[in-house]
Design a protein around this ligand. Structure first.
Ligand SMILES: Cc1ncc(COP(=O)(O)O)c(C=O)c1O
Length: 454
């Protein structure tokens, strides 16, 4: 496969594309009290961010006041929930989604309809790729993409063990065998060297996961795949908008479930790809293997009922305009955590992620020094201080007590995956988090780690 060598950077002239590199740059500028001089590319996903930046530029105030205006008002409650459901959408987003749903109700175009293609065009545009095929979920997108690149029953697909169950389930859904490779630390992403060691004559594809939103070493994985003629499908369900997604692979799966960075009012996903051929296969496999445009006439043995509904696509079109603004909030909050926690990281009490530009900041992981007992104690002390944290994922794929565990994962040797799993915990980070809540998390973390040391 040829990979475009064009600079993945996001700034063409003075135009910001709206992907993770540009959001990183805007967050850096804002944090340093600088004006954001560049314009954003005119896309649906950039619309609210562009409007917000333009209104600031037309009536410039102090950068701190502008930053404060990007975030919700401080909550009067003293507890900090991890991800409060009622804040998944802002009042304006709820109203836009409601209007979209009302319009679909009037037309009764619930399953197929015009919003599907329009949503797909907007998703492809945001990803910087030529094609998107919208699906009923990220899990569907993964299964369809794997089938579309040629994964057949009995084939092996190499993936990490520290992911949501959807990753392995998509492989099983193809009748294929998930083979677990180890990850790099501290990011927890698939290690190309470990992948190379797991390749057998039955390996057909690699399935890297951009864990917590951080892009895996795609150039390294592509080099391994090319040496052995393998396909790559990215699990980018946590990594929407990340610069580089889809550039080194055959296809990438996105998720729009309500808890994701761009969350809709139900389950939805998409396959994004630069290959029209793979996109066409995804369309066929995603709708009963019917010949494109011909109802009830099949062209393949097997297909799913896994396309997005027109209803959800219409809601998607209504919510996509907030993508850039929501992404900027997450990116700014991530930078703020990294800066505020730097002294603790320098003391070696915790490890924080690097503030990297190839990140969607779907989750903010912290590694607690000292292993699982120390991590659990920290989690508990934070809970007592009314700060809710979580662990993604509490049970690794090869540790799940399922009937297939011994058969498929008995030989799994994943020391770095296990090391990370013992130490990781996640701090609240979502588009509805206020700066005041983040301050409370940081204070609680300082108090909890000082108390542990005392
Ligand atoms: C890493 C990962 N892969 C796959 C999925 C599946 O996405 P969905 O819930 O849209 O099926 C998710 C989301 O839950 C995820 O986090």
């Amino acid at each position: 496969m040829t990979v475009s060598t064009a600079d993945p950077g996001t700034i063409t002239g003075s135009l910001l594309l709206g992907d993770s590199h540009s959001l990183h740059r805007v967050a850096e500028d804002l944090a340093r009290g600088m004006r954001v001089a560049q314009s954003l590319r005119d896309t649906l996903a950039n619309r609210e961010l562009a409007r917000t930046l333009a209104s600031w530029n037309s009536a410039p105030g102090h950068p701190d006041a502008f930053v404060a205006s990007l975030f919700p008002e401080p909550s009067p409650a003293s507890n900090v929930p991890f991800l409060p459901k009622e804040r998944l959408l802002s009042p304006r987003e709820k109203s836009a989604a409601g209007d979209a749903f009302t319009r679909v109700l009037e037309s009764c175009e619930f399953t197929s309809g015009p919003a599907v293609t329009a949503f797909e065009d907007a998703v492809a545009d945001h990803a910087g790729l030529s094609c998107a095929v919208a699906t009923g979920s990220g899990t569907d997108a993964l299964a369809i993409a794997l089938r579309a690149v040629g994964v057949e029953p009995g084939d092996e697909v190499i993936m990490p063990a520290n992911s949501f169950a959807a990753t392995e389930n998509a492989v099983f859904a193809c009748g294929a065998v998930p083979v677990l490779a180890d990850v790099t630390t501290p990011d927890g992403n698939l290690d190309p060297e470990s992948v190379a060691e797991r390749i057998t004559p039955r390996t057909v594809a690699l399935l890297p996961v951009h864990l917590y939103g951080k892009l895996a070493d795609m150039a390294g994985l592509r080099a391994v795949a090319d040496r052995r003629g393998l396909r790559i499908v990215e699990d980018a369900c946590q990594a929407i908008g990340v610069t580089g997604v889809g550039r080194y692979s055959d296809a990438a799966a996105l998720s729009f479930n309500p808890y994701k960075n761009v969350g809709l009012c139900g389950k939805a996903g998409a396959v994004v790809t630069g290959s029209a051929e793979i996109a066409e296969r995804c369309r066929v496999l995603g709708y009963h293997a019917f010949v494109p445009g011909r109802k009830n006439v099949k062209c393949e043995a097997f297909g799913l009922n896994a396309r997005i509904d027109n209803t959800m696509a219409a809601i998607g079109l209504a919510l996509l305009p907030w993508t850039g603004l929501r992404g900027l909030r997450r990116t700014y909050l991530a930078r703020r955590y990294v800066e505020a926690l730097r002294p603790l990281a320098e003391e070696g009490v915790i490890e924080t992620p690097a503030f990297a530009p190839d990140h969607s900041w779907h989750l903010f992981p912290v590694l607690a020094a000292g292993g699982a007992a120390a991590r659990d104690a920290l989690l508990e002390r934070l809970a007592r201080a009314s700060v809710e944290t979580d662990v993604y994922y509490p049970v690794l794929t090869h540790r799940q007590k399922t009937p297939v565990r011994e058969r498929f994962f008995g030989q799994a040797d994943l020391p770095r995956t296990e090391w990370l799993h013992d130490r990781v915990l996640h701090l609240p980070l979502h588009a509805g988090l206020s700066l005041g809540e983040q301050d409370r998390v940081v204070e609680a973390l300082y108090a909890a780690t000082r108390r542990a040391a005392a």
